[in-house]
Design a protein around this ligand. Structure first.
Ligand code: NI
Length: 257
């Protein structure tokens, strides 16, 4: 199998002890491509450095809503400069997170989200969106930027919202959460979703799929997401791998492989 893990955080401190070894082992585990999004300026820089070290790693640069305190026009300039590096393929991850009570104020998160969508439009890059417990506001802001498309990573919204996003040209991506017994909404969304809008990811080091929950996640476990989606869709896992690899390459504008 040749898989594309479209969202993994190898800049995370969880990989400090063995980052290069873990990444080096991925091709032999059937992982063909990895996209590493940034969560702040430092992690965006690290993502870009990793992409320049490993031929199969690509990067996105952006500031996550949980990490957006202090975001300013200077931050936008720094992101713009980083986005000029050749393996940067998206702005992300960006969005809204209303789950954590000590996150920056909702109004400020929204301003930062707007700024980064404007940057993506200027740079003609897609975006990677994080939406946690902020479905209404997130969709409103996305709709306010009709020239930007992207992917909702770790999609947790309703089927109704999924239909709106697909109509707007967006992709939906799924993590190991689909393997959990309490995954309620994702099967009906996956069952409905047109095949050309589907991507898979691990969100490593988080959201480890069954039966590995409790361990640190890495891209070598993304096949569990593909297997679970194959069951829901009634398709062969090889087919899911092939289609999600092609979708990811098309979406991020990755040539070759
Ligand atoms: Ni993430």
């Amino acid at each position: 199998m040749r898989l594309f893990d479209t969202h993994a955080h190898y800049d995370s401190g969880a990989f400090n002890a063995d980052r290069l070894e873990v990444l080096s082992s991925m091709p032999e585990k059937g992982v063909e491509l990895i996209l590493n999004p940034g969560c702040d300026l430092d992690s965006s820089r690290t993502a870009v450095e990793l992409s320049e070290r490993f031929p199969f790693v690509y990067a996105a640069v952006g500031v996550h809503p949980s990490d957006c305190e202090g975001f300013s026009p200077d931050t936008v300039d720094a992101l713009r400069a980083l986005a000029g590096r050749p393996k940067v393929k998206a702005v992300g991850e960006i969005g809204l997170d209303y789950y954590w009570k000590d996150n920056p104020a909702h109004g400020f998160q929204q301003e930062v989200f707007h700024s980064q969508l404007e940057l993506a439009e200027e740079l003609k890059l897609p975006v990677i969106v994080h939406d946690r417990e902020a479905h209404r506001d997130c969709l409103e802001i996305v709709k306010a930027h009709p020239n930007v498309t992207g992917v909702y990573h770790c999609y947790s919204g309703s089927l109704e919202d999924a239909k709106i996003l697909v109509k707007l040209g967006w992709m939906l991506s799924f993590t190991g959460v689909v393997t959990y017994k309490n995954a309620r909404r994702s099967p009906e969304v996956i069952d409905w979703l047109p095949m050309d809008r589907l991507m898979i990811e691990t969100d490593s080091p988080y959201l480890t799929p069954e039966p590995f929950r409790g361990q640190r996640n890495d891209s070598g476990k993304v096949y569990r997401v593909a297997e679970t989606i194959a069951q829901v869709k009634g398709l062969d896992v090889e087919e899911i791998a092939r289609i999600t690899l092609a979708n990811g390459k098309r979406f991020f504008g990755i040539e070759g492989n």
